[in-house]
Design a protein around this ligand. Structure first.
Ligand code: IVH
Length: 693
């Protein structure tokens, strides 16, 4: 490639990638598969590495980059970034008062025609000014005090919704203003990840977005999912500005900016009031927080005529909705039991009107969150309810804590499950406490029944979600043992279940009585006991009773059973309810062949861990698995240092990548077959097929 060719190809790739980014991130309508995007992106990056002189500021490879800043530089706004007057009267009177002020300032009488308004949403994020020179993003600045803001270009470049280059004919200079915000689902995902990592969760989307934009390190900002809506104009040169606000927003959309679709041009106060009501009704189903709507005089000429009073334009107003965060008293803490036995602390609150409904309880997530937030019974707390998200306690208002309040200890307050009375435990290193009731606890019954009937467990075909829901909700089935007492009548009376499917299901239940010990152990749904561990246990013990009686040490003698798995097993069988259900299952005729304990399997793959990824040319996944296990090997679901072989088929993805990184042995199907025939499984170093690593 000559420098000239590199230059042309890079320009073409930048154009293509910008189009694909816009389709994906702004229009929400991807036009090429991710793999194609990635291919082009990598091609561009390679060209830029080989010919650094072709790299430009608007290249998509430059979104994240550069060292962390030591401080945020101050930026003076060419055109001040003002705020809007907020109408505090939340009734329709607020809209009428604004229209009356506008008409008066324009000298209109009641005979004159209604004023035309552009109406839009008031996004709850932070205001930003994006400066483009000759179509290229050169600077992004926060509002600051309106005169001077902070240079946050390094972080704003990471936001995929914000174009690095404008499409179409670009003005010499244009500063597009708008709001950076975080979607509620993105916020929830981010917080879920924080909680799982035991890290402090974020308070609300707005603070999180504002914090991300003001990071010194763009790599951190890049990991926060931010979005953007354009709604205003700052400095400009060489652009013939449209004549109305609404057509200006159309022009922004044509430049490639996201512009919110919930906007309209209306006439007079009735139009404002209708929009206010309409948006209020859909506020909760919007994917992001808003705190009101904004009314703007549509004609830019009239806007100019109206001008400003102090720091606020006379031509715009924000008309708010009731808050989504309020303060109330935490009167108690109760717990809820989830489908997997997770015990979630729930705050009992003095009723408070927030986010459009009266809230009386809110989630506290888990003990760790309670500790980090330091919420105590008796505290005044901030409650947040945004959209259809479950109300949540954000934190205590510490200034209002006047007396000594005790810290809350979930295990001390709820040593046993409020639903079934089994013990509640919290495993070291885990965020959530769990009910040990397993099969016996009604809260966990549905989940447990589905697992019990699963294909790799007792394999009862036809026992799906819908049937299980009805059986449990109608108290027909409490434990898996009850399945074996079902008659055609009870089943045929369920919704969407005729006599024919009822007898088919009954036949499947009857057939499941004959099983294997490994399947039975797996079917019990003991935490941390997957299929492989169940097989190991079955083989090492040979029969069920010794497993039920085994202590931690005995269990840990089974290959690959460590302290965590051993503890889960001991805990499960220590719960009398679980043992009872097992007895009932045996009494109902569930049986399996038992035999003496067997030593670990021999065979060419004895003790080896194999991971399968991608599609093999002739072998199905189950088939390959059975063959590997038949040769004494184990099949694991994920690649780790303990993996001995990775068998990769077509479209192998991240597992293959990881295997390469770890320098593991990678085989294709032919290589696997050679291995199964005994060729060289002892030498981990050896590569067994033509697969290059
Ligand atoms: S227009 C001169 N439009 O509200 C008018 N602002 O108090 C400038 N905001 O700092 C603002 N949604 O962060 C405008 N559709 C919208 C808005 C909006 C949210 C925020 C913005 C600004 C504050 C004004």
């Amino acid at each position: 490639m000559t420098p000239g060719q590199a230059h042309d190809r890079a320009a073409a790739l930048r154009g293509l990638l910008a189009r694909y980014d816009h389709a994906y991130h702004v229009l929400d309508n991807p036009t090429v598969p991710d793999a194609e995007y990635d291919r082009l992106f990598l091609e561009l990056r390679q060209i830029e590495t080989d010919f650094p002189e072709v790299r430009t500021a608007d290249s998509p490879t430059q979104r994240v980059g550069g060292a962390p800043r030591s401080e945020l530089r101050a930026v003076r706004h060419d055109v001040p970034m003002l705020s809007i007057y907020t109408e505090t009267d939340k009734s329709e009177q607020g809209a009428r008062a604004f229209d009356a002020r506008v008409r008066k300032a324009l000298g209109l009488s009641s005979e004159d025609a209604p004023v035309e308004y552009a109406v839009e949403l008031k996004f709850d994020g932070l205001a930003i000014g994006l400066r483009y020179e000759n179509g290229v993003l050169v600077r992004a600045a926060t509002r600051g005090d309106g005169e001077t803001g902070e240079d946050v270009t390094h972080n704003v470049r990471t936001i995929r919704q914000i174009p690095l280059r404008l499409s179409g004919a670009a003005p010499a200079l244009i500063e597009v203003r708008g709001e950076i915000y975080m979607r509620r689902d993105d916020f929830e995902k981010l917080n879920q990840a924080q909680r799982e990592a035991g890290a402090k969760s974020f308070v609300n989307p707005r603070n999180t977005a504002a914090g991300a934009v003001r990071q010194l390190d763009p790599a951190i900002a890049a990991r926060r999912p931010l979005s953007f809506f354009a709604y205003g104009l700052g400095a400009r040169a060489g652009w013939s500005v449209p004549t109305s606000h609404s057509t200006m927003l159309d022009a922004f959309a044509a430049f490639g900016f996201p512009v919110c679709a919930h906007r309209r041009v209306v006439n007079g106060p009735d139009g404002l009031i209708a929009f206010h009501a309409e948006i209020e009704a859909m506020r909760n189903s919007l994917p992001y927080d808003i705190d009101g709507v904004v009314y703007k005089v549509n004609s830019l000429a009239l806007q100019e005529q109206l001008g400003f009073v102090s720091r606020e334009p006379r031509w715009a107003v924000a008309h708010k909705y009731p808050a989504q965060e309020e303060i109330t008293r935490l009167t108690g803490i109760e717990v809820q039991v989830g489908r997997t036995g997770a015990i979630t602390p729930v705050a009992r609150l003095e009723p408070v009107f927030v986010g459009g409904v009266t809230v009386t309880n809110a989630t506290l997530h888990n003990q760790g969150e309670i500790d980090r937030k330091d919420v105590r019974i008796g505290d005044w707390v901030i409650v947040r309810r945004a959209g259809d998200v479950i109300p949540e306690v954000v934190g205590p208002v510490l200034e209002r804590r006047s007396e000594e309040l005790a810290r809350f200890d979930l295990l001390a307050s709820f040593p046993t499950c409020p639903v079934c009375g089994s013990h509640v435990v919290r495993v070291e290193g885990e965020a959530v406490a769990r009910c040990t009731g397993g099969l016996f606890c009604p809260a966990q019954r549905k989940q447990a029944l589905l697992h019990f009937a699963g294909r790799r467990a007792l394999d009862i075909e036809g026992l799906g979600d819908k049937v299980v829901d009805q059986l449990v909700d109608n108290a027909i089935v409490k434990t898996p043992a009850d399945l074996y007492k079902l008659g055609v009548l009870a089943l045929a009376n369920l919704e969407r279940m005729g006599e024919k499917s009822a007898s088919k299901l009954l036949a499947a239940i009857a057939a499941s009585r004959e099983t294997t010990l490994a399947r039975f152990i797996y079917a019990l749904g003991i935490r941390n006991v997957g299929e492989t561990t169940a097989k190991d246990l079955a083989r090492s013990f040979g029969s069920l009773d010794p497993i039920v009686r085994a202590d931690r040490e005995a269990l840990m003698r089974v290959p690959d059973v460590g302290p965590v798995v051993a503890d889960s097993i001991v805990q499960f069988f220590a719960e009398p309810h679980n043992v009872e259900v097992i007895e009932q299952l045996r009494a109902a005729g569930v049986h399996w062949p038992e035999g003496p304990p067997q030593s670990p399997p021999s065979g060419p793959l004895a003790g080896k861990v194999v991971v399968l990824t991608g599609t093999l040319p002739t072998l199905g996944r189950d088939e390959a698995k059975a063959m590997i296990e038949g040769a004494g090997g184990k099949v694991a679901g994920s690649v780790s240092k303990r993996t001995n072989f990775v068998v990769a088929g077509a479209e192998a993805g991240s597992k293959l990548e990881k295997a390469k990184q770890l320098g593991l042995n990678i085989l294709d199907e032919a290589g696997l077959k050679a291995l199964l025939e005994g060729a060289g499984a002892d030498t981990d170093e050896q590569t067994l097929s033509g697969h290059d690593q």
